[in-house]
Write a protein that binds this ligand. Structure first.
Ligand SMILES: CC(C)(COP(=O)(O)OP(=O)(O)OC[C@H]1O[C@@H](n2cnc3c(N)ncnc32)[C@H](O)[C@@H]1OP(=O)(O)O)[C@@H](O)C(=O)NCCC(=O)NCCS
Length: 184
């Protein structure tokens, strides 16, 4: 089963929206405008949404954020229910770490709202560490858990043999890498 890691494509925005909708209550606010904004950035070389494709079908997607020059952040993530538990979520995050590494960033963070065991297990397996717990952080009183993966300590995770990484090295990445190389 070949798994292709691709930048999300504008002509497939509706298909990506369906993947996010399958996240149910964990992803209540995703809409097509939000997805299109990321896809525009993808076209400009700042990879802001990636997807996993199996046999031509999009089975998972992850949004990428950049809070600081040396830090990348995982955003909304979803895998189609029938493809969960097969390593797709881990592959999305390994790919995000690789992309942020290509930009010379040294840390990848993500936060989880509320108790979401699949995400917690996934971060643990990937080598993310729990760096913070903020009680009653959301308007609904939920706890926010802050996770981090230190690229400079752990390196870029290896991909399985059935993975094809199709994310191109862009000018944006090259510029950032040069900038980060100077600042770190
Ligand atoms: C969270 C999510 C993206 C994980 O994707 P996935 O493809 O199922 O995850 P993986 O198969 O890569 O699993 C990663 C690890 O977590 C563990 N895991 C995943 N789901 C688990 C569960 N329900 N119980 C126990 N362990 C679990 C697995 O052990 C796996 O590690 P391993 O393969 O080394 O054994 C998926 O469950 C999902 O789409 N959930 C709904 C949307 C959501 O909650 N998004 C997060 C909020 S933004």
């Amino acid at each position: 089963m070949v798994k292709k890691v691709k930048k999300a494509e504008i002509e497939r925005a509706k298909e990506i929206l369906e993947v996010y909708k399958s996240g149910g209550d964990w992803l209540p606010y995703t809409d097509i405008k939000e997805i299109n904004k990321c896809l525009k950035e993808n076209d400009d070389g700042k990879i802001s949404m990636i997807m996993i494709e199996i046999d031509g079908k999009i089975v998972g997607a992850l949004k990428l954020h950049r809070p600081q020059a040396h830090i990348g952040k995982g955003g909304k993530v979803a895998v189609l229910p029938e493809y969960r538990g097969k390593g797709i979520g881990k592959l999305l995050y390994k790919s995000a770490i690789k992309i942020f590494g290509m930009e010379g960033r040294r840390k990848v963070v993500d936060s989880v709202v509320g108790e979401n065991p699949p995400v917690f297990f996934m971060f643990e397996k990937l080598g993310f560490e729990l760096e913070g717990k903020m009680r009653k952080q959301t308007p609904a009183g939920k706890t926010l858990y802050q996770f981090a993966y230190h690229i400079d300590e752990k390196g870029i995770p290896k991909f399985e043999e059935d993975v094809v990484f199709e994310i191109p090295l862009t000018e944006y990445m090259k510029d950032l890498k040069e900038k980060n190389g100077k600042e770190i």
